[in-house]
Design a protein around this ligand. Structure first.
Ligand code: A2P
Length: 329
């Protein structure tokens, strides 16, 4: 198996290297690629030292898969060039997610949306992935009418510059700012950029991507994204209104059965998911399940996951694993 990793020197890229090794790809022919400034640099993969290639060199090698985490501009330019070589691209940027003909995939939910002829597949936004994985089994049984979401997102979701900002502020040192305000000891109700509507791009991803992955354009979604001084792990408070009434014990049962979900909900023992404790874990953690008593058929839940793992690297690599399986590669 020949696999290109575009963005191998980045924050998500480094987690992808780890996840590839963990998931049985240590012996694959890995082609790490990045921008021109990194070409020739060395990276470590599964005990081997590999030289970073240019994206053009990686395309030329016509790998079986190219996993991208290099931003939208690089994806828009290079994904079609890989596709033209017959390579299947799994793209972690937002470049392709909203195109009708491009599958947007959380493998536990909708791997069957990928056709054998698809050469570009989009990996959803981190906060969408963890949310829809927890919602899918409930939607299949009780049908979601409306979602009200508030997120508490970690700085790794913004990138290395944001991690540096948080750590520098904590150490009292000067640094380049990723955010317009201090992030340490603060909460910024601002993820992505503001649109004319007053919503941010991160908030709209939760709206559009949820509908696409759950194949239901009628789900009403409203979201507020906040950035919190947490290094890794996004948390979400989700209020779900169903068309049909539900049984809370059945909800627990459905979540326990859902692959990729870990139900961790025992308030009497102070057991609820927190970002500090989900780091380096692949599951999406769900807790604080309780009936919303202010209106019928409604539920509150708290969902936490490692945004660089299930929110990015793990989901992308799981897509590849499923396709290898389905396509008998
Ligand atoms: P480089 O390290 O050479 O800049 P992050 O998400 O941490 O910012 O990382 C982004 C990743 O995407 C890095 O590996 C970066 O490479 C890579 N990258 C950014 N722009 C391009 C580009 N135009 N072509 C290829 N790789 C790119």
């Amino acid at each position: 198996m020949k696999i290109a990793l575009v963005g191998a020197t980045g924050l998500v890229g480094s987690v992808m290297l780890k996840v590839l090794e963990e998931r049985g790809f240590a012996k694959c022919e890995l082609l790490p690629a990045a921008s021109q400034r990194s070409v020739g640099k060395e990276i470590l993969f599964a005990g081997r030292t590999l030289k970073v290639l240019s994206v053009e060199q990686a395309i030329e090698a016509a790998p079986d898969f190219a996993i991208f985490s290099a931003g939208s501009a690089a994806s828009l330019t290079y994904a079609p060039q890989f596709a033209a070589k017959g390579t299947t691209v799994i793209d972690n940027s937002s470049a392709w997610r909203n195109y009708e003909h491009i599958p947007l995939v959380v493998p536990e939910i909708n791997i069957d949306s990928v056709r054998a002829t698809d050469r570009i597949i989009a990996n959803p936004n981190c906060s969408t992935i963890q949310m829809v994985l927890a919602l899918a089994p409930l939607h299949w049984k009780y049908k979601i009418k409306r979602l009200v979401i508030s997120t508490y997102q970690a700085v790794t979701g913004t990138g290395m510059k944001a991690v540096n900002q948080l750590m520098s502020e904590r150490a009292g040192e000067e640094c380049d700012k990723a955010y317009p305000y201090e992030i340490d000891l603060n909460v910024l109700p601002h993820g992505g950029t503001f649109e004319e509507s007053g919503y941010t791009t991160e908030e709209l991803k939760l709206v559009n991507e949820t509908r696409k992955i759950l194949s239901d354009k009628n789900i009403m979604v409203t979201a507020t994204v906040a950035r919190v001084p947490v290094i890794g792990g996004h948390s979400e408070s989700i209020n779900v209104e169903f068309y049909n009434d539900y049984d809370i014990e059945d909800v627990r049962h459905l979540l326990q059965k859902m692959p990729g979900i870990k139900l961790y909900d025992d308030p009497e023992e102070n057991k609820y998911p927190m970002p500090r404790y989900v780091q380096n874990k692949d599951e999406v953690w769900v807790g604080r399940l309780r009936r919303d008593e202010s209106q019928p058929n409604s539920l509150n839940m708290w969902v936490v996951a490692d945004n660089l793992r299930k929110g990015a690297a793990t989901n992308a690599i799981q897509i590849m694993q499923k396709l290898i399986d389905i396509w008998h590669l």
